[in-house]
Design a protein around this ligand. Sequence first.
Ligand code: T1G
Length: 702
Amino acid sequence: MSEKQVVKYRVTGNVAVISIDNPPVNALGPGVREGIIDALAQGNADSAVEAFVLIGEGRNFMAGADIRQFGGVRPVSTRTSAAAIDASAKPVVAAICGYALGGGLEHALACHYRISTPEAKVGLPEVLLGIVPGGGGTQRLTHLVGPEAALDIITTGRHVGAYEAQRIGIIDEIVDEPDFLAASVRFAARVAIVKPLPRAHLLSEKIEQAGDQALAFDDARKFHTRKSRHQKAPMHAIALIEAAVKGSFEEGLALEQTLFAELENSEEAKALRYAFFAEREAAKIPGASNVPKPEPVSSAAVIGAGTMGSGIAMAFADVGTPVKLLDVTHEALDKGMKRIRDNYAVSVKRGSISQSEMDARLAKIQGVVDYADISDCDAVIEAVFERVDLKQAIFRKLDDVMKPGALLLSNSSAIDIDIMAQATKRPADVAGAHFFAPANVMKLCEVVRGTQTAPATIARTMKMARDLGKIGAVAGSCDGFVANRSRTSLMTEMMLMLEEGAMPEQVDRILVAFGYPMGFFAVNDMSGLDVSYEGRQRRAAADPSYRKLHVPDRLVEMGRKGQKTGAGWYRYKDGDRTPHPDDLVKEVIASVAREFGIAQRTFSDEEILHRLLFASVNEACRILDEGRAYRASDIDVMWLYGFGFPRHRGGLMYWADTIGAAPIHRQVTEWHERYGKRWEPSPLLARVAESGTRLRDAGPQS
Ligand code: T1G
C-alpha cells in the first residue's frame, strides 16, 4: 500500500498550495518535513508558480513535532524544512487555522507572510515538554516580535490568540472569510510581486527598539529560578532569546540546536512527555467505544451555595455555560453569590479578567431556591455537606424534578456514589463529579462511576469536565474514591512520623526540595487543622481500631488551628504568613511520644520522602488491584492536577519507576514488619516487582 500522502501539492492560477494532511492534528510526523521541501522545490522550479500557500487540512495548521518521535531519529529536522521555506525565492504564505504550535509555528515563522482565521491560536509550548524550540523559533520569533514578547511566549509556552498575535507582529492579516483557502490564495497572488521577500530573521527593528534588555533577561532568570526551580528548559529559552538579541542568526540557530539536543532526552523532558500523553489517555474509557458521542452540557445546576458549590458555579460561568445555583434559604444563597462576586472582583483587581468579563460571567449565574427552577438543566451537581442522609434526600428530590436524561452528579469527596444512586429511580444517570478546591481553579475533576452508572453517563460527564477546561479522570466508588484515597496514606504516614521524631519543618523542606510549591504542614496551616479534626473524632468513635493522630488532635485542642489562629504547625507573626518553626510543637510531639512510649529518632531526608510516597504507591497498587482505576497513569493525572505533584517528575507512579517496583516492594515489606497492617504490601505491587515491569503501565489486570 502506498505510503499515505501527508503533504499535498497543487497549483491554482499562479499560486502553489502546499497542504498538510496528517490527522488528527497535523503533527510533523514522518514525511511531512520532506514533503514540504519537495513541494517548495517543485514550485520554485515551475515558472507558472509565483507564490505559495502553506495550509493544514482539517481543523489545525500544524501541532508541531510528533511528540511520539522524540528520542528517535528524525531524517529531516524542523530546522531544515523551515530553512527551505525561508530560502524560497518565491513568497510562502502561512495560512493558519486552528493551532500552529511548536514546529508548526516555526514553519509559519519561516514563511514570508502569516495570515490566520480569527479563531487561530499560535504558540511555542516546548518548555511544557521540557525542551526548547528546535526549528529556529527562538530566533525568528525574537526578530519578529522583540525580546520582551518572545520571553513571555517562549518561557510560558502559552497559546496566543489571533488578534494578540496580529498586534505583536506574528500575524500579518486576519482573514474572516468562509473560504479561507481561496482568500489565502488571493493574498498570495497579491504579495507575489513584492520584493524583497520579508524574512523574519532579517528584521531587527523590534530588537533595536528594545535596546539593552539586560534587566529583562535578569528579571526573567530570577523569576524562573523561583518558579521553574527544577526545570532547565525555561532558562535555556532565555539564553536563546538573549542570543537572538546579541548574536547572529546563525549563531543563535547553532546554540538552539545544542540546547535542544541537551534537553530532548533529559529526565525532565521524558517525564513531561509522559504527563502529556497520560492526560489524554485518561479521557479514554474502556468499553465505551460503542457509546454515541456525548451531547454537551449546555445548562447546569449546582445544589449548595457553599465554598465548593460557588466554585463549581463559577467554573460553568467561566466558560459561558448558564448555571443555576440553588440553596434552600435566600440567606445561604446571598452568601454564596457574594462569595462569587468577591472572587471575581479579586480577579478583576489582579487584571486576570476585565470588569465586563466579570459582569458577563455573573450574568450566567442565577440564584434559585426552588427545585422546580432547575428541572430543565442538562446536569445538576450536588455540592452540600458530606452527610449521607442529606445527600439521599437531595437525590430523591432531583429524581422527582430533573428532566429525563439529565446528569445527576455528586461532588462528594468520599461518600459511595451508589448511596445517592439508590435514592433515585435512574441510577444509570448518577455519577460523581468530584471537583478539587478551589473548584473554579483546580483542573482535576474526578469522575466517579457507581456500580450502576451507565457508560454514556461517564462519557457525558467526562465531556462536561473537558468543556469546563478540566482534566477528567475516572474513579471507582470506594472510600475516598481514587485521588484522596491514594493520598490519605501519605498524610497518615506524615502525621505518624512526627511521633517518631520527624519535625514538620524537616518534612516540609524535603517536599519543597522534591518540587512541591509548599510543604504539606504549611498547607495544612493555611487550610486549617480543625477541618479534618471532627472527621477523625467521628471515625475514632465509630471504629475502635482507628489509629488516632495524637499530635494534630492535641494542637487543635490547644486552639492551634493554623494561620487563622496565628499558630498551628508553625508560629506566625502578626499579619505575616511566613511559617516559623515553634518549639511548642516539638514539646507536644515529645509529650505524645513519651505518653505512648514511642522512641524518638532522627530521619534521613530520603527515608521521610520514601515513607510518604511509598505509602501512596502501595495504596495506588491496592486501588488498581480492586479495579477502582482504569490505569496507573490515571492516578498520575490525578496527582498532577489534583495535588500539584511536580509535573517534571511525571506523576506518582512514573516517579516510583525511577526507584523501581522491586526496591519499593522490599522496603514496604520491611515497614510492614515494623509498623504492621497499614504497610501490608499490595499483591499488585508484588506482582509488578516480580515481573520486572513498570508501575506506570500497571492496570487492574497487572
Ligand atoms: N505529537 C503527537 N501526537 C499529538 C500531538 C503531537 N504534537 N499533539 C496532539 N497529539 C495527539 C494527542 O495525543 C491525541 O492523540 C490527539 O493528537 C488529539 O490531541 C520542532 C520539537 C494541538 C492543542 O506541544 O497541545 O514542535 O489521544 O486531544 O484537544 O521545535 O493536541 O487521540 O491518540 O490534545 O484538539 C510542540 C501538543 C511539539 C502541541 C489540540 N507541540 N498538542 O488539542 O486534541 S514539540 C505541542 C496539543 C515541537 C519543535 C518542537 C493539542 C492541540 P489520541 P488532543 P485537542
